[in-house]
Each structure stands twice: as C-alpha cells, then as structure tokens.
Write a protein that binds this ligand. Structure first.
Ligand SMILES: Nc1nc2c(ncn2[C@@H]2O[C@H](COP(=O)(O)OP(=O)(O)OP(=O)(O)O)[C@@H](O)[C@H]2O)c(=O)[nH]1
Ligand SMILES: [Mg+2]
Length: 301
C-alpha cells in the first residue's frame, strides 16, 4: 500500500457550520458548535483515514469584521493556514447572500481558487429548486475548483465530498499516528467544551469576554479522572453572572460539560470549575498560547 496524505483547511464566515462539518467528518465532537457567531478561536485539527490516505482537516475561526486584538489574532489564524494547505473548503451558509462576505477574505480566496472547493452548507434549510441559482451566483463571482451542496448536520453530501477530496491527495507518509483523531491535547478539548457551555447558557457579551483553562488532570485507579478548570471572566460583574444565584449557573455549566467530556473520554469525570476575574486577559500573551493563537505585541488602535 502506498500511503498518501492531504491537508484541508475549512474556512468561511462565522456560523456557517465549519465546526459542525469537522465533527461530522471525524464522527466525534472535537470542535465546539454553538448558534452564536465567533465560537471557534483557533485551528483545531481532526484526522481521518480513508483507504490509504490520511486526511487532516483544520477547523478555523470564522471570518468576520475583527475589531479587538484578540479577534484579529483569531482571523490571522484562519488566514494563515490558507497558504499551507493542499485544499481549501470554503464553507458558506447557502441562505446567506454574497454581500455578506468580507472583501479582504474574498481577495485572499480569489488567489487560491484553483485549490478551493465551494461548499454550500445547510441545504436542509432551503428548497432544492433554489440551489442551482445560488451555485451559479457564487461561481460567476469566483471560479471555484468544484462546488458541493452539503448539510453538515445531517451529513448529506459529505461522503461524496470526501471521495472527491481524496483524489487531491499526494503520495507521502501519514502525518500523524494511525489511531490519533486530533492533534490537540485532551486538556484543550476539555477547555473548549466548557467554553461551549458558557456560550450556550450565559448571554450577551459574557462568553465573548471569557476564556477557559484546564489547570489539572488526574486519573484515578477506578478509571475516573478529576479535571480542574478555571473560567476567567473579563469583567468583575460577570463573576456573579457565571456563578449564578446560589451557584446555579456554574452548576448547570459544569454538569453539561461533564456529560460531554465523559462521552469523549468514555470514563467517569469529576469536573471542578473555578470562576475568576482576570482584568484584560485578552492582552496577556499566555492566554493566546494556551489556545493555539499567536500573540502580537502591536498596539491596536
Ligand atoms: N440546519 C443546519 N444547521 C447547521 C448546519 N451546519 C451547522 N448548522 C448550525 O449552524 C450553527 C453554527 O455552526 P458552527 O459549526 O458552530 O459554525 P462555525 O462556522 O464553526 O462558527 P464559528 O466557529 O463561530 O466561525 C450551529 O447552530 C449549527 O448547529 C446544517 O447543515 N444545517
Ligand atoms: Mg466553529
């Protein structure tokens, strides 16, 4: 058997379903998904082997109009991978109009259109008869290598997408061990799961100004694991919101996160979550590194 590999970057506007697609392909919840924009913060890699090819999929933060230093680091992360990958999946919510695409992003995609598949996602939400016109509109705009109609949620069209993508792979060694499904640490996935629950249960700007770190990870003899985490909030008054009345909110977050973690780890999890206020955490280098973003010391205006 001659081994092959391919690295595929999944990019597109925020909320278009990039993380949902990655999870569907890998068959595990690796990347967090919420109905809110700007959920994914750094490029998580999921791995899948089909026949003799190892496919590496990189989930990226959604493209949006970044304002803060932290948001700009997220965008750089998404743009940065485009040059290095073999194939790009540009994922678009098929109900969204072309005008919603960021200009700089379109320029960037235009340069690499020869290796870009356009994926029109969420086709479960639209009548089939409308799809042809949408495909035409996008392809008149940029001449993509191929166009696919998919539903990342139901998996409709995903098998075909993978088959055709596989044809773009090249001869070479596998980039990761055969049994690995992600190239991120379990502790980062655990932090991301808790962050997803903060997004789901806490409203307004609180989740955007929060971050989660996994402080310790201890396995016990009875096949259970104790995980300690801290949710850092960016404003003092967010402490009470994340804790909730009588600790109700943090309990809800903790239970939901534990259930997801136990599913992935297939073992009992004892999850302890602290909540702390850390002023301007988004200005501190260590928080960028912890979640795989690069910190630039440039002053923002
Ligand atoms: N109906 C439908 N909803 C979908 C589909 N794919 C994703 N969604 C929903 O769209 C929302 C956003 O999905 P995500 O996977 O978090 O989107 P994303 O592109 O990773 O978002 P960011 O990380 O914020 O850039 C979630 O509520 C998903 O359940 C789909 O094929 N059909
Ligand atoms: Mg995402």
């Amino acid at each position: 058997m001659s081994k092959k590999n391919i690295v595929i970057g999944i990019v597109g506007p925020t909320n278009s379903g990039k993380s949902t697609l990655l999870n569907n392909i890998i068959g595990e919840k690796l990347s967090i998904v919420t109905h809110k924009a700007q959920t994914t913060r750094s490029g998580l890699r999921g791995l899948k082997i089909i026949d003799d090819t190892q496919m590496v999929f990189i989930d990226t933060p959604g493209i949006f109009n970044a304002k803060t230093k932290f948001e700009k680091a997220m965008l750089e992360n998404a743009f940065g991978i485009l040059d290095d990958v073999d194939l790009v999946y540009l994922l678009i919510d098929c109900k969204k109009s072309l005008d919603s695409l960021d200009d700089i992003f379109v320029e960037k995609i235009n340069k690499i259109k020869h290796k870009t598949f356009l994926l029109l996602n969420k086709i479960d939400l639209i009548h089939r008869s409308q799809l042809l016109e949408i495909v035409k509109k996008y392809n008149d705009f940029i001449k993509f290598k191929e166009t696919f109609l998919i539903s990342a949620i139901s998996g409709d069209g995903v098998k075909n997408l993978l088959e055709i993508s596989n044809k773009e792979s090249s001869l070479g060694p596998w980039l990761y061990p055969e049994d690995q499904i992600a190239d991120t640490s379990m502790s980062l996935i655990a932090s991301e799961i808790t962050r997803e629950k903060v997004f789901l249960f806490v409203h307004e700007e609180v989740p955007y100004l929060s971050t989660v770190e996994t402080d310790s990870w201890k396995s016990s003899k009875n096949n259970s694991v104790t995980v300690e985490q801290t949710i850092f909030v960016g404003r003092k008054n967010h402490l009470g919101i994340v804790l909730g009345k009588g600790g109700k909110m943090i309990k809800t977050i903790g239970i939901a996160a534990r259930i997801d973690l136990e599913k992935i780890l297939e073992q009992k999890v004892n999850l302890k979550i602290n909540v702390k206020f850390k002023k301007n955490w988004a200005d501190k280098e260590e928080h960028y590194e912890n979640i795989g973003l690069s910190f630039s010391d440039k002053k923002e205006n």
